[in-house]
Write a protein that binds this ligand. Sequence first.
Ligand code: PMP
Length: 309
Amino acid sequence: MPTVEELIGNTPLVRVNRIEGLKGREVYVKLEYMNPTGSHKDRIALYMIRDAVEKGLLRPGGTVVEASSGNTAISVAWLARRLGFKAVIVVEEGTSPAKVAVLRALGAEVIFAPKVPAGHPDHMVNVARRVASERGGVFLAQYSNEANLRAHYETTGPEIYRALGDKIGCFVMGVGTGGTLVGVSKYLKGLLGHRVKAVAVVPRGSPIVGGAGRGEEIEGLAVSMIPDIFARNRGLVDEVVEVSLAESVEWMVRLAREEGILGGLSTGANMAGVYKVLEGCEGAIVTLAPDSIFRYTGVLENYAIRDIL
Ligand code: PMP
């Protein structure tokens, strides 16, 4: 019988075959919501915590700190507890009480930081860094931590290759930290060369495509900055496509209804991206369902989806 953390990764890959308009192309979605806490971030939580232990930065009973109000926070809180560490999670004020409640239920300490621009001393990343140094803890810093990329290079990439082999033509993925996109790209390009295309999906108006302010709010994707890991590995990314919030919601609903794949909002964004690169990709197109629709009931309720539903 496996332990629950042994269930991280080795997620299933399914073919999308009922949605019309895919021009007969082979499109595959890797169901990352099948990870223990329901997202692909379990993989990087494991890698980042293990890396800190191996480097001697983290000892039994020690403290890990992360700045995130999304999936990474849940994964870190969960895994830290499982492995005998304390977790401190810094979230922005305004984070949904439901998420904070789950983090606390997992035993994490939650600290609120004001909603200020990145770079401000009180931005959640700087608060996390400060808290880590005050408490002798480790700030995991998913946006710049190489172990994030390595998790996908060593697990997600090989799993995709084992399932599909040489027919992979494109890997399409929304950029939050960029860890999934560049980690998988590095692995596939290492095996198959540059005929495998890595396509970044970004919210409309994102700084990654030269937007000056904030892009459209698609939870999990980078809207107001260019993440370090993405910037450092730009050479592993062949194309960038912009998607809107409306398209992401629409694709999230279509995928659930027509295909039975209950991915979240960024899964919708990924599928909107796939749809935009159908012509430009040769071979099979692969993307991820990073998490599930159940985390976006608020979006479904608030968004003007009367036209869709
Ligand atoms: N989708 C969701 C729901 C996420 O939480 C994230 C991570 N913030 C991503 C996509 C993007 O993944 P990555 O950080 O590896 O770029």
